[in-house]
Write a protein that binds this ligand. Structure first.
Ligand SMILES: Cc1cc2nc3c(=O)[nH]c(=O)nc-3n(C[C@H](O)[C@H](O)[C@H](O)COP(=O)(O)OP(=O)(O)OC[C@H]3O[C@@H](n4cnc5c(N)ncnc54)[C@H](O)[C@@H]3O)c2cc1C
Length: 408
């Protein structure tokens, strides 16, 4: 480890490794640090990701693919099933990864691109001079270090401190967090070709249960409920009830607990000499909690912007606005649209959820587009017209905000 780099990336999740890889490919001198001794372990993820999205950034490798699915099955509270194609199922359906291997493979790609990777190295603070982030304070194997850099990227996940150290408000209220619990279950009878989602205010208030196949009769069986619901019920207890009912003979061989930010975009993700990426920047999807692809997308963008800012010898917040504007225009737009949808759909009663599901029965969603799906819903549920109008209005407002920001 040297005492000076162009870029230091804190956190070797998908967002951090992608940032480090892109920045290194752009010719920058990069240090990627990870506080844990093993990248990707312990896993805090259901490991679902869309194949086509992922292929934009990494060549698929059977070593980190546990299962490949055709789409998703969504169950309403009364058990009505809706089958959706992979294309319509969003950013979390396609591959079910083995993230312990996947995260390590991404860090390896960063290393092969030229980044230095240091595990068991924790950022404990920032070096700040004249209002600019100039590097990090770090601890490695009991020793303390000051390491300088032109730009620091905080990719330190949901519990991120880097943003706060730089004066960026990343605070999450309970309602901004999805609390999750998940078992890796074995010896269970599941459909290996589909990711399954179970909805209902009884089984998963303001959230859902997922069953993601992992091959060999194994699956990630988990629950995510939004923080304000988790004050009243415990995610793990609801999950135990579900497992007892659906897989009484199954065996849990791993337990994961964790949180995902589902708050929508935050106000600021750059400061002088600093950018935030992935869960640290609260870039996960408010409806699904998915953040693997989003963090990789943002990391790639942050790596490119770091290179152009350093070439211009200007790492001020104004210069790094390029990152802010780009991610808001594309990723941010989708995140905020998702938030609008979530705000409406999480208020639906079980009866309304069942009615929606019934109205889609018999419709071939294998080839439907999202607009086609909304149209089918609308045709069958005139009452939904007002909901859809408010959703579309929300989406239109976001479009206008984005074009105003990009134009400015
Ligand atoms: C139960 C659960 C299920 C999920 N399922 C899915 C899913 O199916 N699909 C999907 O797309 N998303 C899913 N997500 C979300 C997804 O896991 C995250 O959005 C994604 O991992 C974000 O990547 P990241 O790189 O931003 O952060 P992370 O993957 O969290 O990586 C951050 C890294 O920073 C390290 N770090 C933290 N602090 C420091 C420090 N001070 N110094 C050095 N290193 C530090 C951490 O150890 C960690 O390795 C799920 C989340 C949970 C909790």
């Amino acid at each position: 480890m040297k005492d000076r780099y162009d870029v230091i990336v804190v956190g070797a999740g998908p967002g951090g490794s992608m940032t480090a890889k892109t920045a290194a490919l752009e010719g920058l001198d990069v240090l990627l640090i990870e506080k844990r001794q093993q990248i990707g372990d312990p896993v805090r993820c259901a490991e679902g990701v869309n194949k086509e999205y992922l292929k934009e950034y990494i060549e698929p490798d059977p070593a980190w693919i546990s299962a490949e699915v055709k789409g998703s099955k969504i169950y309403s509270p009364d058990g009505t099933m809706i089958e959706m194609s992979e294309e319509l199922s969003g950013a979390e359906v396609g591959y079910v990864l083995e993230r312990k291997v996947f995260d390590r493979a991404l860090a390896r790609e960063a290393a092969l691109a030229g980044a230095e990777v240091m595990v068991k190295t924790r950022a404990t603070g920032l070096l700040i001079e004249d209002g600019f982030v100039k590097g990090i304070k770090a601890e490695h194997m009991g020793k303390k270090y000051d390491i300088r850099a032109k730009i620091v990227v905080g990719a330190d996940g949901v519990e991120s401190k880097v943003g706060r150290w730089a004066g960026i408000d990343t605070t999450l209220k309970p309602s901004d967090m999805c609390t999750c619990a998940q078992y890796l279950m074995t010896d269970i009878d599941i459909d290996p070709d589909f990711c399954e989602f179970f909805l209902g205010n009884e089984i998963a208030p303001i959230g859902y249960i997922w069953v993601f196949p992992k091959g060999n009769n194994m699956a990630n069986v988990g629950i995510g409920i939004t923080g304000n619901a988790s004050g009243k019920v415990r995610a793990i207890e609801l999950l135990d009830d579900f497992v007892q009912e659906h897989y009484p003979g199954g065996k849990a061989i791993e337990l994961v607990v964790g949180g995902v930010p589902v708050c929508g975009t935050i106000e600021r993700t750059v400061a002088n000499g600093l950018m935030l990426v992935g869960d640290a920047a609260r870039q996960s999807d408010p409806v699904t909690g998915g953040g693997i692809f989003n963090s990789m997308w943002a990391g790639d963008m942050a790596g490119k912007v770091a290179a152009s800012a350093i070439r211009r010898s200007d790492v001020s917040a104004e210069s790094l606005e390029e990152y802010e504007k780009k991610w808001r225009a594309e990723l941010g737009r989708d995140i905020n649209m998702s938030l609008v949808v979530k705000q409406r759909f999480t208020r639906l009663s079980d009866h309304e959820l069942n009615t929606l599901a019934h109205s889609l029965e018999g419709i071939d969603l294998g080839s439907a587009t999202l607009i086609g799906l909304l149209w089918a819903l609308f045709k069958a549920n005139k009452k939904l017209l007002w909901d859809l109008r408010s959703i579309f209005k929300g989406i239109k407002d976001i479009e206008m905000e984005v074009s105003a920001e990009v134009g400015s």
